[in-house]
Design a protein around this ligand. Structure first.
Ligand SMILES: [Mg+2]
Length: 210
């Protein structure tokens, strides 16, 4: 079977480093007391930062990220990253194919991501792409996990044979994507459906189909 994982928001704590960068670049801290859960995807705008800092193409923060050769490599893992990656390694040992798909940008973004993932997974295959649905389709993925509802929508649309898992986070909690399953990791690193009545969890799904 073929598995795909998004990186930021699922495995790597982009949010904390991104938040710190706004404070560092502007000298202003408009965010709530740490730790906080971003209430929406564009949370810096929500808390009052302007386009001059936030804009992906012209803003100061993204300019910094794109010109840094170690921003991605220095991100912290989440508490669940290590146990979750233990489960992902297990999939690989059993002969399944694992891909990490990310829309990261900047200097050596692919290389930085490979090095970062290398702490948990030997020789990870990293694909840099914003078109997660087309990647899932092209690689005939059986399952794909991502925290961005738009990406999961694309997977549902372009790759109907891929089980699409929306990784549950505060900033995507208001959004349900038809045809996908909302999941979160349990303490052992297994991805479980947030709605227990669905009777679905990641690991048994994999086991069942072997
Ligand atoms: Mg993500």
């Amino acid at each position: 079977m073929v598995y795909g994982f998004d990186v930021d928001g699922v495995l790597a704590n982009f949010i904390d480093a991104y938040t710190d960068l706004f404070v560092k670049m502007t000298g202003k801290d408009l965010f709530p007391e740490r730790p906080f859960e971003p209430p929406c995807w564009n949370y810096p705008q929500h808390f009052g930062y302007g386009e001059d800092v936030c804009n992906y193409n012209t803003g100061a923060v993204w300019k910094h990220i794109k010109s840094s050769d170690d921003f991605w490599e220095r991100l912290a893992p989440y508490d669940w990253t290590s146990p979750l990656m233990t489960e992902v390694r297990r999939l690989s040992y059993k002969g399944h194919d694992v891909y990490f798909v990310t829309d990261r940008t900047g200097i050596n973004a692919k290389r930085q991501t490979e090095r970062w993932l290398g702490r948990f997974f030997t020789d990870p295959t990293v694909i840099i792409s914003a078109d997660k649905g087309l990647v899932a389709k092209a690689l005939k993925m059986h399952a794909y996990v991502d925290d961005r509802p738009e990406n999961i929508e694309q997977v549902v649309q372009h790759a109907p044979n891929t089980a699409a898992y929306l990784f549950s986070r505060g900033y995507n909690r208001q959004r349900e994507v038809f045809g996908s399953i909302r999941v979160e990791p349990d303490e052992t690193g297994r991805l479980m459906a947030t709605d227990p009545s669905s009777g679905i969890s990641w690991y048994p799904l994999a086991e069942k189909s072997v």
